[in-house]
Design a protein around this ligand. Structure first.
Ligand SMILES: [Fe+2]
Length: 201
């Protein structure tokens, strides 16, 4: 899986996303297709409910061109591009190359929803087990227009498992901005190169 270029994990194992400052002083002008969503989010003065965020994302009509000023890709993992934010929300475009993936993570303290704008993403849901490891429970293919929602103790991993050259672009809302989510060890791994001495007997 790809790595994350701009985020870090502290010594407690909690994941602390680091986000660049907003690219625009006036995001409603820079992203007119998102104007009503941004105006709603700027009116929020507490944590938004997950259902409301989902509803806003389902009602959007948005394509890659609409997010062009925020469509920047990383070189070592997916890139988070801030469109607008306050202390109560963050709206971002995430850009993923083939093979990029989040860690397995939860969403402690935040309502998190996103819409697939271009490409097909994959979401893997997990549950905790008595031994402390997490176990996958569901896998969802997420085509363009798909809206995914998670909050608090929901554990998942999101990835671009499409073939090389196929990008994934997703539009995310976090309310409040996610500051400390925990990551978990899981079973996903790349297929090993068998090498010249490998044989199957
Ligand atoms: Fe998530």
């Amino acid at each position: 899986m790809g790595t994350i270029s701009s985020d870090k994990t502290d010594t407690s194992g909690c994941y602390m996303p680091v986000t660049a400052p907003p690219p625009s002083e006036c995001p409603t002008r820079t992203f007119p297709r998102l104007a009503s969503l941004i105006e709603y989010l700027l009116s929020v003065r507490s944590r938004a409910s997950l259902g409301v965020l989902e509803g806003h994302l389902r009602g959007l009509t948005v394509c890659r061109d609409d997010l062009a000023p925020a469509c920047a890709f990383g070189t070592r993992g997916y890139k988070r591009n801030t469109i607008a934010r306050s202390e109560y929300f963050e709206l971002l475009a995430l850009c993923w190359r083939s093979g990029d993936a989040t860690p397995i993570h939860d969403h402690k303290g935040s309502s998190c929803a996103f819409r697939v704008v271009e490409g097909t993403g994959t979401e893997i849901r997990f549950r905790t087990t008595d031994c402390g490891l997490v176990c996958p429970t569901e896998v969802h293919a997420m085509p363009p227009g798909y809206v995914c929602a998670a909050e608090d103790n929901d554990i998942h991993q999101v990835a671009n498992l499409q073939a090389a050259g196929a990008d994934l672009i997703t539009l995310h809302i976090y309310s409040p901005p996610i500051r400390n989510m925990c990551t978990y060890q899981g079973p996903l791994a790349r297929v090993n190169d068998p090498g010249p001495t490998c044989c199957a007997t």
